[in-house]
Design a protein around this ligand. Structure first.
Ligand code: ATP
Ligand code: MG
Length: 323
């Protein structure tokens, strides 16, 4: 396949995926785009939003549209690592051990309320995310090629939760914030709810078309790597990440993984927007979702009410855009 053809096919698949997903999910256009960016770059995403904003429905719909398997794990205080990864049991008939694979062996995995499980269970998931394989009773098994974790967090409930340590949040490429629908969107949801166009009904009755197969990912990802980023823009991007470490109100800035994530996300954002090259606006648009969950403010600034989003905005104002 020629280079131009590969990129054209990638842009076509992304446009069709947005369209098909938008048949089920009302509004949330930027959320759909960010989820596609995490998936097509082979990364994982944190999804933050109050109950009922369609976090689960979004991932289920994307799995269907992109031809991938889907599973969900509800994290609870008593969830054990083996509940995620699986276990070997002794099979009396065969007089041998057999493997019972856990729910992690899927393509798109929703880890619901990840901060309800204790650290040991969280780190079993995070290790699998990093290594793309799982060790069960000393044997190692690879995870499916398109293994993508969407970990959800409720932004308001902190009681009885185990917040993810910063080092583990760093493993998520993006944080996707899902806001409640605006009035017109909520009205559309209300009107569709009792009809055959209800979001779940459309998904279940085949009104939404898969736009690709899971096996197509490898070639599409190769095309994504051909999206051009000019050298000056790579410098601009690096300066943004580095400035988060120097900002007076920041205690812990973004590490080099953030730089890698921002490069990948900016390229994918260009492709989602139908371009073959990265612009400064791609980098600016991705700075907040890539950086927000990685920064910790100094307590004295946090008490004054400063937010990480504001700090990132200041950094973007401060760094000159190359011409
Ligand atoms: N933007 C939207 N588009 C389509 N359906 C929506 C939207 N927002 C909410 N819904 C509807 O709200 C219901 C809840 O969706 P879902 O279960 O995916 O939410 P959730 O965010 O996963 O909630 P929870 O945090 O409780 O798991 C679904 O039945 C869905 O039809
Ligand atoms: Mg849910």
């Amino acid at each position: 396949m020629s280079v131009e053809h590969g990129i054209a096919r990638l842009k076509e698949v992304l446009a069709e995926a947005r369209h098909e997903t938008g048949k089920v999910i009302i509004g949330q256009h930027d959320v759909i785009e960010k989820a596609l960016i995490a998936i097509f770059t082979g990364n994982h995403a944190l999804i933050e939003g109050v109950p009922g904003v369609a976090k689960t429905l979004l991932v289920r719909t994307l799995a269907h549209v992109l031809g991938c398997e889907f599973a969900r794990i509800q994290f609870t205080p008593d969830l054990m690592p083996a509940d995620i990864t699986g276990t070997t049991i002794f099979n009396l008939q065969r007089n041998d051990f057999s493997l019972i694979k856990g729910p992690i062996f899927t393509s798109f995995l929703i880890a619901d309320e990840i901060n309800r499980a204790p650290a040991k269970t969280q780190s079993a998931l995070l290790q699998a995310m990093q290594e793309r394989r799982v060790t069960i009773d000393r044997d190692t098994y690879p995870l499916p090629a398109n293994f993508t974790v969407f970990a959800t967090q409720n932004p308001i409930e902190y009681e009885g939760t185990y917040p993810l340590p910063e080092a583990q949040k760093d493993r998520f490429m993006l944080k996707i914030t899902m806001k409640p629908p605006d009035r017109a969107e909520e009205l559309a949801l209300a009107q569709r709810t009792m009809t055959k166009d209800a979001p779940e009904t459309l998904l279940m009755q085949g009104a939404v078309r898969p736009v690709m197969q899971a096996e197509d990912f490898a070639a599409l990802r190769e095309s994504l790597a051909l999206i051009v980023i000019r050298e000056e823009l790579a410098g601009y991007l690096v300066d943004i990440v580095r400035a988060t470490r120097q900002h007076e109100s920041v205690l812990v800035g973004a590490g080099p993984r953030a730089t890698q994530s921002l490069i990948m996300a900016s390229r994918a954002n260009a492709a989602v927007s139908g371009r073959d090259f990265v612009t400064p606006d791609d980098i600016k648009a991705m700075a907040l979702p890539v950086l927000e969950h990685r920064l910790i403010l100094r307590p004295e600034f946090e008490i004054e009410g400063l937010t990480v989003a504001e700090v990132i905005e200041q950094v973007l104002q401060q760094i000159a855009v190359p011409r």
